[in-house]
Design a binder for this molecule. Structure first.
Ligand SMILES: Cc1ncc(COP(=O)(O)O)c(C=O)c1O
Ligand SMILES: N[C@@H](CCOP(=O)(O)O)C(=O)O
Length: 402
């Protein structure tokens, strides 16, 4: 039993309505009757993690459109922890989902819901990963997909994914925030199902990151979870996952939700530093982390409530700081991530150095997308290959040269 509810005015909507925001303009949440949910703790403790392991806490009845999403590894990262100067650090690598990002958790639920609602076409605006994921799940469901991308600002791997899975790809002469406005109008006027994170059902899939972190820590809660923030849905979704486990009596606390942006695109961090819930949209966001090159995040209010409500924090890092973190993850832990993902680790380092985060805290950093999403950025920041003649002397000389 569940319904949609406005986070501003409390207006309720039924599960059969196609609605993304309240009449008052407020964001919607999926609300359950928790007293009616029976969790089989024996099964939870023994079954391997995956999104659909938690079906009792998801808003769909039918057979899921699924290609095995979730169940991503939670790595204990002692070498990285030593470099940063913290006792216990974990990285939850969401880049190991089927299409290479956390969006798959949301899409498996959102596309299943689209089928239940009888929607015939799916759409999104995207900085890349949402489009890659929606194209993948649309293909699995047999539904056509339309994606609106900011021209020239989407990493190559992501464009390739949307193309090969058969989406209709529109390259918009404008930025992501402008593409969002267009796709919302298109979906409203043409009865196309919108699968950006403004859709509350999509965020229900993403909340399973919170469930899984607890699950993988033996149903214990870390002190802090650090999340890269772009359109700001994931921070809110993960927090909801932790809150629900507490509500159901599975755990007793929630982690301090900590959202990291880049200095060139940080409306959420700026609002946090002022102590307010309203962001001031940024007209020209700019960062090497194209996935989070977003100036007017639609879920900003939900994310800020998660941060304030959990006693968390928000910080912005420079492109240089996130590149260093991207290299550290790759070279100290063997974890390959795209630039936006590395902001969580860069933010951790910055907040340890400034004394905001205690060195004794147990911290989980979320890495949101796979390294191979953005090969061009990796080539640009890395030492170039050495070209040598095809003889052993030349090879030996190159191997032993400094
Ligand atoms: C790789 C990656 N990391 C982080 C984010 C930010 O997530 P959210 O929009 O939920 O804040 C996105 C997309 O926005 C992304 O593609
Ligand atoms: N990084 C995102 C931006 C759109 O976010 P969404 O969660 O609202 O779909 C992307 O990959 O497109």
């Amino acid at each position: 039993m569940y319904h949609l509810e406005c986070i501003e005015c409390g207006q309720k909507y039924t599960d059969s309505e196609v609605v993304y925001t309240c009449k008052c303009g407020g964001l919607l949440d999926v609300i359950y009757d928790y007293s009616a949910i029976q969790l089989d703790m024996e099964r939870l403790r023994t079954e391997a993690p995956s999104v659909w392991k938690y079906k009792a806490l998801l808003p769909v009845e039918g057979k899921p459109v699924s290609i095995h999403e979730g169940g991503t590894p939670l790595y204990r990262c002692d070498r990285l922890a030593e470099k940063i100067g913290i006792k216990e650090l974990y990285v939850k690598h969401e880049g190991l989902n089927p299409s290479g990002s956390f969006k798959d958790r949301g899409m498996t639920v959102g596309v299943t819901k689209a089928m239940e609602l009888g929607m015939k076409t799916l759409a999104c605006a995207s900085t890349g990963n949402t489009s890659a994921s929606l194209s993948t799940y649309g293909a699995k469901a047999g539904l056509p997909v339309i994606v609106l991308l900011p021209e020239g600002k989407v990493a190559l791997g992501k464009v390739a994914q949307a193309l090969i899975h058969g989406a209709k790809v529109l390259s918009i002469r404008g930025n992501f925030d402008e593409a969002v406005v267009l796709v919302r109008q298109l979906c409203d006027e043409e009865k196309i199902y919108l699968l950006n994170s403004i859709n509350p059902y999509r965020l229900e899939g993403q909340k399973t990151i919170g469930y899984e972190i607890c699950d993988q820590l033996g149903f214990n809660v870390p002190d802090r979870v650090i999340v890269p923030v772009g359109n700001a849905g994931n921070t809110a979704a993960i927090y909801k996952g932790f809150r629900e486990l507490r509500e159901l009596g599975v755990t007793e606390s929630v982690p301090k939700m900590t959202g990291i942006q880049t200095e060139g695109a940080c409306p959420v961090t700026k609002a946090f530093k002022k102590g307010v819930e309203e962001i001031i949209p940024e007209k020209n966001p700019e960062t090497i982390a194209t996935a989070i090159r977003i100036g007017n995040p639609v879920n900003a209010k939900k994310a800020l409530r998660a941060i304030y409500g959990s006693g968390g924090y928000s910080e912005a890092v420079s492109d240089e700081e996130l590149i260093e973190a991207q290299k550290d993850l790759a070279q100290l832990e063997g974890i390959g991530v795209e630039p936006a993902s590395a902001t969580s680790v860069a933010g951790l380092k910055k907040l340890i150095d400034s004394g905001v985060i205690d060195r004794d805290e147990t911290v989980v950093c979320i890495t949101t997308g796979h390294l191979l999403k953005d090969p061009e950025e990796v080539i640009n920041i890395s030492t170039k290959p050495i070209t040598v003649d095809a003889n052993i002397e030349a090879v030996r000389k190159a191997v032993f040269s400094r």
